[in-house]
Ligand binder design. Structure first.
Ligand SMILES: Nc1ncnc2c1ncn2[C@@H]1O[C@H](COP(=O)(O)OP(=O)(O)OP(=O)(O)O)[C@@H](O)[C@H]1O
Ligand SMILES: [Mg+2]
Length: 396
């Protein structure tokens, strides 16, 4: 098969050179599966020298994977038809000692009479490609999981926003923050989609995918910052300051909550000290506080075992320095282990609660320079009080 240098024309020499230097493995085997010719690349793949191949059978050269290969060669010899894209997995004698993946194409070389004399084979080592595919599949799944998680978070966030907007008179502020949040979240989605497209296009550039993933992490951090800023803004919302007569404010507010109270068989009464001094406050925000406290009290009465209950709103003043508002109910009270957490945002024990009510109360009361506290009552129920200084310490 190998022409000697003297006999060969320059064209043949060039072909021999090409065969030898080809970047894929090439060989020719005879009807007994003995190597007749082999190029440098296939010697590398098989981990053996040319001499260890020529004249030896596939079984001798590749004992671990010959069972997968020889039937293909036999099929080409028997049928006279090529076999393409045949994948083989296993170890050769090449250094590294790890299982590899090879892709083989086998073609018949016939005599003039048409009999298949030899099989010509091309082999590619596609281990790295398969590994990259596995890595991409994993990355892809990770990205998809991340997008799903972010979408779920966005949905839950917007539910919380709706709730906050209802519980506080800050709908507009919340709307603009939600809008701002949308930007990094859309960027995350767009980047994730780009990465997916990229990977599906085949032969992806890992460096570029890494950069996309870094962008996603960056936008994620930005979304987190916006959320933290929302909290700060909520705390700073000082609102307007005017002279507010709290007994009048509560009196005007009670009819608004009457039907809810009736539904829970809760009786609400107002007891006010005479000549209650006015406070300087934002009346809309104070109504918000009263409403959140009364809603909680009504919930507590509704879920207590007794038939209906009493809620008392008590207004008092200490030495012309401050006004105290106390909302007491005889509902189920607060379990001792959670009493320390009720003002923490998103702490709730209610199936449909979001745990916003009391944290908003605390934010508003503190923005007015006041304090708020909670205690359980004996034999049952609980009492939540807030104290407002007559002159607001943090008036805008
Ligand atoms: N009057 C009360 N009696 C018993 N438990 C109360 C009372 N007020 C508050 N709590 C407890 O404190 C938790 C937090 O109250 P908070 O008002 O912050 O949230 P929530 O009422 O659960 O939800 P929402 O955001 O709708 O107000 C409640 O889930 C409840 O366990
Ligand atoms: Mg509440």
């Amino acid at each position: 098969m190998r022409p000697s240098v003297n006999e060969a024309s320059s064209e043949e020499l060039e072909l021999v050179h090409l065969y030898e230097q080809a970047p894929i493995g090439l060989c020719v085997t005879d009807r007994q599966h003995r190597y007749v010719r082999i190029n440098r690349r296939l010697c590398e793949i098989n981990g053996k020298s040319r001499e260890e191949h020529i004249g030896h059978t596939i079984h001798e050269v590749l004992p671990d994977i010959a069972n997968q290969i020889v039937p293909m060669f036999q099929r080409v010899i028997d049928s006279g038809e090529p076999v393409r894209g045949h994948e083989v997995r296993g170890e050769t004698a090449a250094p590294g000692g790890e299982a590899r993946v090879f892709l083989g194409d086998h073609y018949p070389l016939r005599s003039e009479g048409g009999r298949v004399l030899y099989v010509h084979t091309m082999v590619q080592d596609i281990t790295a490609q398969r590994r990259a595919e596995a890595f991409l599949k994993e990355t892809n799944e990770e990205l998809e999981a991340r997008v799903t998680q972010r979408t779920a978070e966005l949905e839950s966030l917007s539910a919380q926003f709706v709730h906050i907007a209802r519980r506080t008179a800050m709908g507009e502020l919340v709307g603009s923050i939600a809008h701002e949040l949308n930007q990094p979240l859309s960027a995350i989605l767009a980047n994730a989609e780009a990465a997916l497209r990229f990977m599906e296009a085949g032969n992806p550039d890992m460096q570029e995918i890494r950069e996309i993933l870094q962008d996603i992490v960056k936008d994620d951090t930005r979304a987190g910052q916006i959320i933290r800023r929302l909290r700060t803004l909520l705390q700073k919302q000082a609102g307007s300051r005017e002279r507010v007569q709290l007994d009048e404010l509560v009196d005007q507010f009670l009819p608004l909550i009457r039907s809810e109270a009736l539904g829970a068989r809760a009786r609400i009464t107002l007891e006010s000290a005479p000549n209650l001094p006015p406070v300087e406050a934002d009346p809309v925000q104070l109504q918000q506080v009263i409403m959140n406290l009364l809603t909680n009290a009504i919930d507590a009465v509704r879920s207590s075992t007794s038939d209906g209950g009493d809620i008392r709103v008590v207004l008092s003043s200490i030495r012309e320095k401050s006004v105290t508002v106390t909302v007491r109910d005889d509902g189920r009270g607060i379990p001792a282990e959670s009493i320390g957490q009720v003002f923490t945002a998103f702490f709730t024990t209610k199936p449909h609660g979001l745990g916003i009510g009391l944290s908003v109360c605390k934010t508003i009361v503190e923005a007015h320079g006041g304090t708020i506290s909670v205690e359980n009552l004996v034999p049952r129920g609980c009492s939540i009080s807030f104290v407002l200084p007559l002159k607001s310490a943090t008036a805008p």
